[in-house]
Design a protein around this ligand. Sequence first.
Ligand code: ATP
Ligand code: MG
Length: 254
Amino acid sequence: MVSRVYAVANQKGGVGKTTTVVSLGAFLAAADRRVLLLDIDPQANATSSLGVDKNSLPLSIYDAIVSDTSLNDVLMLTRRVGLDLIPSSPALAGAEIELVNAPSREFRLKRALAPIRDRYDFVLIDCPPSLGLLTVNALAAADQVIIPVQCEYLPMEGLAQLLRTIDLLRANVNPGLTIRGLLMTMFDSRTSLAQQVVDEVRGHFSDRAFATVVPRSVRLSEAPSYGEPIVDYAPHSAGGLAYEALAKEILSDG
Ligand code: ATP
Ligand code: MG
């Protein structure tokens, strides 16, 4: 199988990007796929969610994109077989400024990833909540974008900006970039707004919305503090079942 690289992106904060990267990645690994989680957010929440201390790392993604350190030297194994991690660290917050005058600054991540991507079936990149240079690097390195949409805010205005950015990237940086899907997250069936968001997203993006809708699930919000993905922490919870279903949708792409 050819490796596939997904950037999980939305400039809005707290919509479920990190939860999606970690949960989907772990379910894909549980289905015997080789998976790399790549954390390119200076908050390093994906890194912490896997029980890794972001403040005591000898090397992180920062070193790869700023100093050309090989990702082979940054790579870490996780407790789940088949699930590897390129961790982030708070130092990454300076990278946007440090790279301002660097040549090919949009392509630092793509170049770093090239020598190792074929070892994996899936690479999932966790983006920060902005459309700055780090997200641009993720979108330049990706084949497809997964866009989590929180079912608690009407999303169209923010999505329009994200879609314009993706169009610009396609025109100038990554012609093959496509949207794999919009993933509705934190769905609460008790609120009418949640249903309204689902209807609006399906109305605008019918063929590009995932069939799976992730419900609001306490277990999903607890898992990071145990350093475990939901497949290990609570696979049969509503959130666990949803991300298992999402993994099946991704695997059905063939
Ligand atoms: P940021 O933009 O800050 O990186 P994010 O888009 O990565 O945020 P997450 O960190 O995945 O969003 O989620 C935000 C918060 O909501 C976290 O505390 C997470 O545990 C919680 N959360 C995510 N998805 C769900 C869900 N389906 N049900 C309940 N809580 C959730
Ligand atoms: Mg995040």
